[in-house]
Write a protein that binds this ligand. Structure first.
Ligand code: MG
Length: 156
């Protein structure tokens, strides 16, 4: 089986009146990410990286936001589905590296909890690295209008 890599990117707008869910963990903040599902931007980037490595298009093809089944969906469930797709094709998740870009709140204290939650979707915690950065005040993310995440995945 040849090695595969996949890349994922996602962004969501921050609004009041929504829970902030990142890496499957609810983080106390006065705003949350807006989306059809729970809008877990980090999970979506990881999910898209795995789908990319499998050569199966993108997250929207598998979990369309026009489908009421995915309204307010737990993105960990979507991630678990995609991990299963990889296993069904004979791959294992060799490594995930991801970067979340968020101006506020502080993300670092929640990273271990995120890794533990992502492990419950079938990606061992010792095979994932999560980095958090700010946008140094620049652009829409820097102004706190939203968050972005990038991920790469190695499939073995
Ligand atoms: Mg998304």
């Amino acid at each position: 089986m040849p090695l595969r890599i996949g890349h994922g990117f996602d962004s969501h707008r921050l609004v009041e009146g929504r829970k902030l869910i990142l890496g499957g963990v609810e983080i106390p903040f006065y705003k949350g990410l807006l989306g059809h599902s729970d809008a877990d931007v980090l999970c979506h980037a990881i999910t898209d990286a795995i789908i990319g490595g499998l050569g199966l298009g993108d997250i929207g093809r598998h979990f369309p936001d026009t489908d009421p089944a995915w309204k307010n969906a737990d993105s960990m469930f979507l991630l678990g589905n995609v991990v299963n797709m990889a296993v069904e094709q004979g791959f294992e998740i060799g490594w995930i590296d991801c970067t979340l870009i968020a101006e506020k709140p502080k993300i670092a204290p929640h990273i271990e909890a995120m890794k533990a939650r992502i492990a419950s979707a079938g990606i061992p915690a010792d095979r994932i690295n999560i980095k958090a950065k700010t946008a140094e005040g620049m652009g829409p993310v820097g102004r706190g209008e939203g968050m972005e995440a990038y991920a790469v995945c190695l499939l073995l």
